[in-house]
Each structure stands twice: as structure tokens, then as C-alpha cells.
Design a protein. Structure first.
Length: 362
């Protein structure tokens, strides 16, 4: 199963254009609210220069990149938590994701309507965040009532859940996101199954254009995001969609002419990867070099299972080579000679860039 990042925001702010950009696909794009009813899902490769460097040494037959699943969720509106604009359905789609990319309109364009007939990024963010808070508050309240009815025999675990949820409810009452509540690891684990929207890691994507107003709006969004310790990625989604449809030489020429050093698209993908707390390990061979995305803090047995359940069932050991050592010494024999070849058991914590060969027996 892939790691899912949901793309959310008000209607008509460029979410579907961004989704097209990420997937180089043809998601329906239109200038009216609720164009996207069912969420579009796209598998987006995470380009990593390390995989090309490994290929220069191995000359493999096939390269497979790590990936993220992006979900384009229909535009939310004020009152979504009460069902406005098919809000309950859309909020449920967000709950199924692991992280959120919140797209915010930071441009003026008389030809593209704003659902509230004004461009004010911080107010747009407040509308969305308020709906997420209200939805979490409702879930919190219902879950406490359910657990209290169920807990007539005073089960200790249930009591702990109720206490954490009451703490969450008090915070949400103040119209504050749960990610700003000081919950410890055990408390988060107790309520993890509820998939609270305001606990999900979030970044803001500022959809800009070439006008001066865009930079004024972008400054507003940056100032707001600093208070949440959230990152902001600016992107001219419409321009970049045109760019990725050009031939390589034409694209390079255009980027040079307009001093575009790098695509915002790449920053969004890499930022999403970090937001999801993912790292990469590699499997390397003559037939294939593959990058595997895995949660930071995962063990070798979990990495083995990521590849195939048989690898984890019959796990014997994991042979580890660091990416930097492979690039430096260029052969397994030389790496062994230099004492850089390691053998690890089930509880070894995978490090970003590890090249792993699993030994297993079925």
C-alpha cells in the first residue's frame, strides 16, 4: 500500500491543475465549483539522483523509483463539516490520507471566479481549517459518548482513551488544530485509529502567477505558516503545466529565458516525501535497481515485508551497504575489503540510502 497525500483547498484555486502537473495526466479541469466529485488518484514517482548514480556503476536493465500516492479531493466550502457541498464525503476522503497538501490561491485573475468573490489567502486557510476542526470535534464528541456507554465496567484502556479525547475536545473548542496540542507518543497511539484531520502533517502550496499581487499574498501565507511551523511551497501551476508538456530542449530554453531555475513541482514531491516522514532504501542488481519508500524508524524486518511477505516470513539476515560507500568503492568485493559491509538482524533500523540484500528461507 502506498503512502497517501491528499490535495485539498477551496474550489477553483488550482487543485486539479496541480494534480495534472504532478501526474502529467488529464484530470478534468473546469472553472466552476465541485468539478472534482470523486477523488482522482495518481501515483507520482519520487526522482532521486542516487538511483542514476548507482546505475552508472551497475548498468542495470531496469530502474524503479519510489512513489507517493496523490489524491485530488474535491473543493471544500464553509459548512462542509455539516454536509455543505458534499462536505461529509470530501472530509471522509481526507481522513483516508496520511498527510495533507493544502493548496491556497495567491493570485488574482478576473477570468477565474473565486467562490467567495475575493482573494485573501489567510481567510481561505481559516475556512478550510475551521471545517477540519469542526469535523474532528464532532468525531471526538461522538467517540467519547460511545466509549462511555461501552465502559460501564471501567476498563483501564478505555478510560485512558476517554481522558485523551476530552483533552483533545477542550483544545478543539478553542478552534485550535490538534497538531498544536502537546500529546505524547502514547496518547497519540491511543487515538490513532480515529485519523483526526487536524493531526495530519500539512504543507501549504501557494498557487501564484507572475503579477506583483501574488508576492504580497505569498508573504501573508508565509507569515501565517510560520506560526504553525508549516512549510509553504510556491508554484505557478498553470505555467508549469505548460512547461512539462514542452519538449526537453524547448523547456530548457523557456526556463533559461525566464530565469526559472527549478520546477516547483519537484519541490512539492520532495516536500511531500519529508512530510510523510519517509526515507529511501535501495535494492541493487543487474536486472533492476529499485528505490523503496519506507517510514523513518522502520526495522529491517519491516523493510523485508515491504518487498514481499515471504522475505519477512523467512528472514535470516540483511546485508547492508551504505550508498556513499558503494559510490566510493564501486564494488562489493572492495567494500568488504574495506570493512564497510555489514550484516544485520531483524531489529536493525533502516537508514536513508541503505542498499540492502535480504537473505531468507521459505
Amino acid at each position: 500500500m502506498g503512502f497517501k497525500c491528499g490535495i485539498i483547498g477551496l474550489p477553483n484555486i488550482g487543485k486539479s491543475t496541480l494534480f495534472n502537473l504532478l501526474t502529467k495526466g488529464n484530470s478534468e479541469v473546469a472553472n466552476f465549483p465541485f468539478c472534482t466529485i470523486k477523488p482522482n488518484i495518481g501515483i507520482v514517482p519520487v526522482f532521486d539522483e542516487r538511483i542514476n548514480n548507482l546505475n552508472k556503476i551497475i548498468s542495470t536493465q531496469k530502474i524503479v523509483h519510489a512513489f507517493i500516492e496523490f489524491i485530488d479531493i474535491a473543493g471544500l466550502v464553509k459548512g462542509a463539516s455539516k454536509g455543505e457541498g458534499l462536505g461529509n464525503q470530501f472530509l471522509s476522503n481526507i481522513r483516508d490520507t496520511d498527510a495533507i497538501a493544502h493548496v491556497v490561491r495567491c493570485f488574482k485573475n478576473d477570468n477565474i471566479t473565486h467562490i467567495y468573490n475575493r482573494v485573501q489567502p489567510t481567510k481561505d486557510v481559516d475556512i478550510i481549517n475551521s471545517e477540519l476542526i469542526l469535523s474532528d470535534f464532532d468525531l471526538c464528541e461522538k467517540t467519547i459518548l460511545h466509549l462511555q456507554k461501552k465502559n460501564l465496567l471501567k476498563n483501564n484502556e478505555t478510560e485512558k482513551k476517554i481522558n485523551v479525547l476530552k483533552k483533545c475536545m477542550d483544545h478543539l473548542k478553542k478552534f485550535l488544530m490538534l497538531k498544536t496540542l502537546n500529546l505524547n507518543k502514547d496518547e497519540k497511539q491511543l487515538i490513532r485509529y480515529l485519523r483526526f484531520l487536524t493531526l495530519k502533517p500539512t504543507m501549504y502550496i501557494a498557487n501564484i502567477n507572475e503579477e506583483k499581487d501574488s508576492f504580497y499574498f505569498l508573504d501573508q501565507l508565509n507569515n501565517m505558516a510560520k506560526k504553525e511551523s508549516a512549510i509553504v511551497v510556491p508554484i505557478n501551476a498553470s505555467l508549469e503545466l505548460d512547461l512539462i508538456q514542452m519538449r526537453n530542449e524547448e523547456q530548457k530554453s523557456f526556463m533559461q529565458e525566464f530565469n526559472i531555475k527549478t520546477l516547483g513541482l519537484n519541490k512539492i514531491i520532495s516536500s511531500s516525501y519529508k512530510l510523510l516522514n519517509l526515507i529511501t532504501f535501495f535494492t541493487v542488481g543487474k536486472k533492476e535497481i529499485r528505490a523503496w519508500e519506507i517510514l523513518n524508524g522502520s526495522t529491517s524486518i519491516q523493510a523485508a515485508h515491504k518487498i514481499h511477505s515471504d522475505f519477512s516470513k523467512g528472514f535470516i539476515r540483511a546485508q547492508i551497504i551504505k550508498y556513499v560507500d558503494f559510490i566510493k568503492y564501486k564494488s562489493e568485493a572492495k567494500i568488504k575489503e574495506m570493512g564497510k559491509f555489514r550484516t544485520e538482524g531483524k531489529q536493525y533500523y533502516i537508514q536513508d540510502g541503505d542498499i540492502i540484500h535480504f537473505l531468507f528461507n521459505i
